[in-house]
Design a protein around this ligand. Structure first.
Ligand code: HEM
Length: 403
């Protein structure tokens, strides 16, 4: 059953983005729809499908991130989740957003990422060693999920004994970005309450005994004479970093292994040439990115390429579709770890909301891929991939591999 329908007389194809068929093969759906049109209708609004339109939308000031609209649709008009949505960086616009980015960027420097590289490699080796004697595993549980927890924990100065707790809370919080917000609200809000308390405790600890970590650096801004985050802003920033740094990277790593398992030549090339790690990571992010894009809402009536967009229209700038636009990437369905990207892939979004953690995520992926390729040379799928359903952060929920 196809997720794409062509109604006679309709201006654009319809993609049922809520269907199982769509989640199973989003690329096939985008390809079929894009052959007819650069945009499609969906049960939630519109989706833009080519590089030009997605890039335009990401940079267009007459749209804002959907933010609270998702909660409105779910009938959530007050409470902790609503408050949190109002506070976090990705839901701010204009100068309040620019100010938060300026302040956090003074602490979240390239040095914070560089200092984590040895730990990334050590952690990867430790997880791979723990598989010694085995020839198969479920990769999400064995590696993709626990690895980013360690990295984000290291970034923020979280003691290892707390990793399991904040990982469980982040997992529950990720439900706030799926299609089941209303049903899952109690679980999401309980996780948020725990994460808020945890973030406050972490700030207190870093205030008493500052370390080399990002939390301490954010706290130190208070006495720097410049702008700094107040207690509420700091708590919201930490929860968003704890959350933002885990689920996305987990899904991206699982997408990467699923891709390489189907491209053994590329895997062997990477094992022999670890110096290709950066370019391989970039191609994985293009070919099978974990970010579907964040929906935008039109603030006023807008006309674009002959399409009249009414104020309030919700549009998804589909990164997976743009990243396989043949006008931008020749032979886009070919996975080529040495591909030269003429235009930057859009998995991290673009414009003012461009992913704050993109450099960290790139480093995490590029550090581990060659190690995995060298230690798991016979990588292959060991059963069906179970893809996550109904979420903007996409990737295998379960990835059985042999190696
Ligand atoms: C491969 C992993 C990741 C992917 C695919 C990803 C994807 C994205 C996307 C699509 C956006 C929205 C951009 C837009 O709508 O224009 C975003 C924003 C954001 N990401 Fe990531 N991300 C990843 C890793 C991370 C990490 C590791 C962190 C934190 C350490 C992080 C923190 C954030 C934050 C705070 C924002 C909001 C930025 C803003 O609104 O100004 N992300 N990310």
């Amino acid at each position: 059953m196809s997720a794409v329908h062509f109604e006679p007389g309709a201006a654009a194809p319809f993609i049922d983005t809520l269907s199982a068929a769509y989640d199973l093969d989003i690329h096939a759906a985008h390809r079929a729809a894009r052959e007819r049109s650069w945009y499609a209708t969906t049960p939630l609004g519109l989706v833009f499908l080519d590089y030009e339109s997605v890039h335009w939308l990401l940079h267009e000031k007459r749209f804002r991130l959907q933010g609270n609209d998702a909660l409105d649709l779910a009938g959530i008009r007050s409470g902790r989740l609503r408050e949190w949505f109002g506070q976090i960086l990705s839901n701010k616009e204009g100068e309040p957003h620019a100010r938060l980015r300026r302040v956090v960027s003074r602490a979240f420097t390239p040095r914070q990422i560089e200092r984590l590289r040895p730990m990334m490699r050590e952690t990867a080796r430790e997880f791979i060693d723990s598989l010694a004697g085995r020839s198969a595993c479920e990769f999400v549980e064995a590696f993709a999920a626990p690895y980013p927890v360690r990295v984000i924990g290291g970034l923020l100065g979280v003691p290892p004994s707390d990793f399991a707790r904040f990982h469980a809370w982040s997992r529950d919080l990720s439900l706030a970005f799926g299609s089941r917000i209303a049903e899952e609200r109690p679980r999401i809000e309980a996780a948020l309450a725990n994460l808020d308390d945890y973030a406050d405790g972490l700030v207190e600890r870093c205030r008493r005994s500052p370390g080399d970590d990002l939390t301490s650096a954010l706290v130190a801004l208070e006495s720097s004479g410049g702008d700094f985050l107040d207690a509420d802003e700091l708590r919201a920033m930490l929860t968003v970093l704890i959350f933002g740094g885990q689920d996305t990277t987990q899904c991206q790593l699982a997408c990467a292994l699923a891709t390489f398992a189907r491209h053994p030549d590329a895997w062997h090339l990477l094992a022999a040439h670890p110096e290709y790690a950066l370019s391989a990571a970039e191609e994985v992010l293009r070919y099978e990115g974990a970010g579907s894009g964040n929906p935008r809402t039109a603030l006023e009536d807008v006309e674009y390429r002959g399409l009249a967009i009414k104020a309030g229209t919700v549009i998804l700038p589909s990164a997976p579709a743009a990243n396989r636009d043949p006008k931008t990437y020749p032979d886009p369905d070919r996975f080529d770890p040495l591909r030269r990207h003429g235009e930057p892939m859009l998995t991290f979004g673009g414009g003012v909301h461009f992913c704050l953690g993109a450099s960290l995520a790139r480093a995490e992926i590029a550090e581990v891929l060659p190690l995995l390729a060298q230690r798991m040379p016979n990588l292959a799928l060991d059963g069906e991939i179970e893809w996550r359903r109904g979420s903007l952060i996409r990737g295998p929920e379960r990835l059985p591999i042999r190696f």
